[in-house]
Design a protein. Structure first.
Length: 302
């Protein structure tokens, strides 16, 4: 069976988008038209940006190419959204892990919990993992994991992975938030342990026309906007996996309604941002949490 992967469809157009079809290939005239710029307002001319200003040098708005270039970018259509097509009968799972800190650097982590749910968010497997190296912090504020939980319920990593692999079909599609990192931590191999992945970080990104680039969001932000889920006190692997699957299934339904998809994407972009955990907690127990703007350890980022 060929590997399933997201495909692209027709762009979802902003209702305020101005069509420039059949106009000049270069919407900005090649002449500078800066003769009377000193007498113009700083506000750029939106009609000049589209190549249709009829006032020329008599226009009261600015024709400066630098200012106008920013306007042109705002009128550009967004890239097409991702459309997810999964063959009927192909299994879909969501996997999530939680880690403890084995050092003060943000990349000094060891898996302490793993969970997997099926396409209907039903638990398939969850386990805590014994630690083979000293733990600097259990990051309890983030994960809810404590030393007592690991001591009482932890299993060897090899045993946990054997049990996980026995429940994960090799033709499975795995979805999750920043799923590549979880896959790497679990040492799963594409083509042997699973067939493909779908990263929700990419699926729920939204084109920002003002910046001319994508804006990415935390799972908590997407869950609040798309599912109405309140921000949780801490994260837990099984709950995170279930929320990831709920987000994924909601997107799969909404993707066929372009207007609704556009509304939710706009709301995701405009809603008050739910910050990532590391934004409010850049350091726990002296351990750097890997916030790029507040990093204290100097370790490299992926």
């Amino acid at each position: 069976m060929a590997e399933a992967a997201p495909t692209l469809t027709t762009p979802v157009m902003n209702p305020s988008h101005i069509d420039t079809t059949n106009r000049n290939e270069d919407p900005i005239p090649t002449t500078n038209n800066n003769t009377n710029n000193n007498n113009r307002t700083p506000r750029p001319c939106v009609f000049f940006a589209q190549g249709i200003c009829r006032h020329g040098n008599n226009c009261k708005f600015n024709h400066d190419r630098t200012l106008v270039a920013n306007v042109v970018q705002q009128f550009a259509p967004p890239p097409p959204p991702i459309i997810v097509n999964i063959p009927p009968g192909q299994p879909v799972y969501s996997i999530d892990v939680e880690c403890v800190a084995t050092g003060i650097q943000h990349n000094s982590r060891s898996i302490a919990q793993v969970a997997m749910v099926d396409e209907w968010s039903r638990p398939v497997y969850t386990a805590y993992i014994k630690q083979e190296v000293p733990v600097v912090s259990y990051l309890t504020k983030l994960t809810g994991i404590t030393k007592e939980i690991i001591d009482q319920h932890g299993l060897p990593f090899a045993e946990v992975m054997a049990q996980l692999r026995s429940r994960l079909p090799p033709n499975a599609i795995i979805v999750g938030q920043s799923i590549y990192r979880d896959i790497q931590w679990l040492q799963l191999v594409q083509g042997i342990d699973y067939q493909a992945t779908i990263n929700l970080t990419d699926l729920f990104r939204v084109w920002n026309p003002t910046r001319g680039t994508y804006t990415h969001f935390t799972q908590d932000h997407c869950a609040k906007v798309w599912l109405g889920v309140d921000v949780r006190e801490h994260h837990e692997a099984l709950m995170d996996a279930a929320i990831s699957m709920s987000l994924f299934n909601t997107y799969r339904t909404i993707q066929w309604d372009p207007n609704r998809l556009y509304q939710l994407q706009t709301l995701t972009l405009q809603a008050p941002r739910v910050p990532g955990f590391s934004t409010d907690n850049p350091v726990i127990d002296g351990c750097c949490m890997g916030n790029r703007k507040q990093c204290i350890c100097g370790a490299p980022f992926e």
